[in-house]
Write a protein that binds this ligand. Structure first.
Ligand code: UDX
Length: 434
């Protein structure tokens, strides 16, 4: 089976590599010449555990290749996936679809024989139908179907999520398209991964509703964490007690500095806009977004309070900058809200992150210093702020850390450590909701 993946960004590259691992012949196409050249030279433009091995193995076995030539790739394809970016449009919160529609228009002219065009990008409800209209208009003779196959990949564990999914969602409107997509995903039958087949609009909405629901769980527990702090409850214990109820589930109930990343912030905003356009209110999702913003702001106050009321001229070691561990992605990371607020008030910030520094430099104030190793960040610090729960920060040698610092304030925004242990090592310890 011949598959073309348009867009060699995060989703396109992971999906393309995984489909080739399933046995399909995959060509990943991108307009960015430097990206394609890098991939042809065996360089992976993003950090995702396991992706380099997966790509090199499938390239070596000639099932995966990279190209700038969309025309040639599409002519031979059974399935063409659109996995281009859909960033939030400046000003109005809408997902910007110009790259999706441009791809559709371009594919239209190159189709030969029956082809299924599949939306993989997260797109508003109605986009697949619009893609269909664009292709029909541009090439009335084309023999094709359009399908929607949203991705549910978490950064840092995307390959595992692809290979062992909770479900595969297929929005299709013809038996022929369904059969081709089922054939592509056939290797997952072995592990009995559920394939949920539905119509185009439902598939598109499943993606937004899933992400908004997960974001709701996080904002809910973050709101509870504030109450826990006031009443003397422990948010870990509250989350565990709630999560043991199978109807609630224990996942996605970790209190922290607020959610970030490439999906939750963008998709919650887009869902609100979609609802508005259809005259429907989305009060829950609006609150989720608001609670997330206030959680980030609350972290700034928390750090200030831990420092005795002012961060001015205090040396703060920040451990972790990315929105979560095992990624170099800085998009909408809570650190982008928290660090500038502290720097504005005169904090001297020394930051460390295993993978995110290159991106962080572009997005954070110039005054922030980046340290190559944890000890250099900690040396002489009045306080440590643990921002992202990278493994490197989970097992710190606490006596050594304490001896390197000037002060003894430890603000743990991911609840990695236990208060009693931190206090026994002489830290003034602050965390979230405990
Ligand atoms: C998410 C979805 O999980 C995935 O299915 C979708 O396709 C893309 O968006 P991702 O953004 O990679 O994946 O990361 P995820 O692990 O879901 O975490 C998102 C954010 O929520 C992170 O900032 C994380 O720190 C935060 N989070 C997650 C919490 O604060 N508490 C939790 O309990 C879980």
């Amino acid at each position: 089976m011949n598959v073309v993946m348009i867009g060699s960004g995060y989703v396109g590259l992971v999906s393309g590599a995984c489909f080739s691992e399933f046995g399909a012949n995959v060509i990943c196409v991108d307009k960015d010449e430097s990206k394609i050249n890098a991939l042809l030279n065996g360089e992976i433009p993003i950090y995702e555990p396991g992706l380099d091995d997966l790509v090199s193995r499938n390239v070596k076995e000639s099932r995966l290749s990279f190209s700038l030539d969309l025309k040639e790739a599409v002519a031979e394809a059974d399935l063409v996936f659109i996995a281009v970016g859909t960033p939030t449009r400046r000003g109005d919160g809408h997902a910007d679809l110009k790259y999706v529609y441009a791809a559709a228009e371009e594919i239209a002219g190159y189709l030969t024989g029956y082809t299924v065009i599949v939306d993989k990008s997260t797109v508003p409800v109605g986009t697949a139908r619009e893609v269909c209209r664009i292709i029909k208009k541009a090439n009335p003779a084309a023999e094709f179907d359009v399908a929607s196959n949203p991705e549910f990949l978490r950064e840092g564990s995307a390959i595992g999520d692809f290979m062992r999914p909770d479900r595969v969602v297929l929005g299709v409107e013809s038996e022929r398209a369904e059969a081709l997509l089922r054939e592509l995903y056939r290797p997952l039958n072995l592990i009995e991964a559920p394939i949920h087949v539905t119509n185009l609009e439902s598939a598109e909405l499943i993606k937004y509703a899933s992400n908004a629901f997960l974001a709701t769980k996080i904002s809910f527990i973050n709101e509870m964490s504030q109450l826990c702090e006031k009443v003397g409850a422990d948010v870990h214990s509250v989350a565990k007690g709630m999560g043991l109820d199978g109807r609630i589930g224990k996942k996605f109930l970790h209190a922290g500095p607020g959610y970030g990343g490439s999906c939750f912030p963008k998709d919650t905003l887009a869902l609100i806009r979609i609802a508005q356009e259809h005259g429907v209110s989305s009060r829950i999702v609006e609150s989720v977004v608001e609670v997330n913003a206030s959680q980030k702001a609350r972290m700034v106050s928390k750090i200030r309070e831990a420092l005795g009321g002012s961060e001015s001229d205090k040396v703060i070691a920040v451990l972790g900058l990315t929105f979560k561990p095992e990624t170099d992605d800085m998009r909408d990371s809570p650190s982008l809200a928290i660090l500038p607020a502290m720097a504005d008030k005169g904090a001297i910030i020394k930051a460390h992150d295993p993978e995110g520094v290159k991106e962080a430099r572009k997005l954070l104030p110039e005054s922030i210093q980046y340290m190559d190793n944890i000890e250099d960040a900690i040396k002489g610090a009045d306080a440590i702020v643990l921002m992202t729960e990278w493994n490197q920060y989970r097992g710190l040698d606490l006596d050594r850390v304490k001896s390197l610092m000037k002060g003894n304030v430890f603000v743990d925004l991911r609840n990695v450590y236990e208060r009693s242990m931190m206090e026994s090592h002489g830290f003034i310890y602050t965390c979230v909701g405990r």
